[in-house]
Design a binder for this molecule. Structure first.
Ligand SMILES: C[S@@+](CC[C@H](N)C(=O)[O-])C[C@H]1O[C@@H](n2cnc3c(N)ncnc32)[C@H](O)[C@@H]1O
Length: 292
């Protein structure tokens, strides 16, 4: 059978690798709401095939590759044909559908879980990677290890800590599968049972997590000349959704003030525009270098 030249195919392993390496790919899930709720790729946009024609305007048509996900790949073929008629390109059908996907999956509503952030690394990390001094890195509250793994694929020696055994198991599995070794530990960074060793890391990173008493320990854990990269939600966030507890939200200028005695290389306090399937997020981020 000749294949429709307007779209290509990608297998589960290859798609997982692309996402994990931070390649911009939109995963469009064309299954039903109940199939999606039972199991889906974190960060995917759900538009069931029967709604695709009427909702095609929700998908950005700006040259970002769209990978179409169905259960076995068959509905994906129909979706690719429809999207090709609307001039989407490049288009990829996930060959074998979700059944061929080998990366992490989530279920239910991701808006309250670590899966909310999807498979790939943080954009803030990708954009500022070149500012980070190479060497040993620590990812605190690493979740599924998406950022730890990204640094490991780029030559860092990485430790990652999370209180959740599930998250650590998932990070270990992804790290093995992607051939990006990290040391993933279960540890609680709030109750004193996990302590950051002093002046040990070239880079400490924290994404989407705040425990204020930890800030001093994070600064002490970085070697002179090393860096912290930190991005999390601000007090603006409750306008858009969780998290809403002020204990987990940075006040205006708070992150910058915490690093006032370091060299601040990058700082932002911004509201991301609403993306496909993702609501707005209000966050502050910093890359700061510790004095020699
Ligand atoms: C919102 S997720 C962010 C995960 C990851 N940093 C990311 O951006 O993908 C927050 C993570 O913090 C972890 N966490 C919460 N309390 C913690 C604690 N006391 N010690 C270590 N990890 C903790 C959770 O298990 C969860 O994986």
């Amino acid at each position: 059978m000749t294949r429709d030249p307007r779209y290509g195919i990608v297998d589960g392993e290859e798609l997982y690798r692309k996402l994990a390496m931070g390649e911009p790919v939109l995963v469009l899930d064309v299954r039903t709401g109940s199939e999606h709720a039972a199991r889906h790729i974190p960060g995917s946009l759900l538009i069931p095939l029967h709604e695709l024609q009427s909702r095609v305007g929700e998908i950005p048509n700006s040259g970002t590759p769209v990978a179409v996900l169905s259960e076995k790949g068959i509905r994906g073929e129909s979706a690719c044909k429809l999207l090709a008629e609307h001039a989407f390109s490049p288009l990829l059908n996930l060959d074998g559908g979700l059944q061929s996907w080998t990366g992490p999956t989530a279920n239910g509503d991701c808006n309250h879980s670590r899966h909310w952030f999807g498979i790939g690394p943080s954009n803030f990390l990708v954009q500022n990677f070149d500012l980070l001094p190479k060497g040993i890195a620590l990812d605190l509250a690493m979740g599924d290890g998406r950022n730890a793994i990204y640094l490991a694929t780029r030559g860092f020696d990485v430790d990652g800590v999370d209180v959740s055994q599930d998250a650590v198991n998932s990070a270990r599995a992804s790290s093995r599968q992607l051939g990006a070794p990290i040391r993933a530990l279960v540890g609680n960074v709030e109750d004193g049972s996990y302590i950051i060793p002093e002046e040990t890391y070239n880079v400490i990173m924290v994404f989407n997590f705040l425990h204020r008493p930890l800030l001093k320990e994070i600064k002490d854990g970085v070697k002179p000349g090393g860096a912290v990269i930190y991005e999390t939600f601000t007090t603006e966030q409750p306008r858009f959704g969780p998290p809403t507890n002020p204990d987990y939200l940075l006040k205006p200028g708070e992150l910058r003030d915490a690093f006032a005695d370091w060299e601040i290389l990058i700082y932002h306090e911004t509201v991301d525009p609403e993306g496909p399937g993702a609501r707005q997020r209000a966050r502050a981020g910093i890359v700061a270098r510790k004095p020699e």
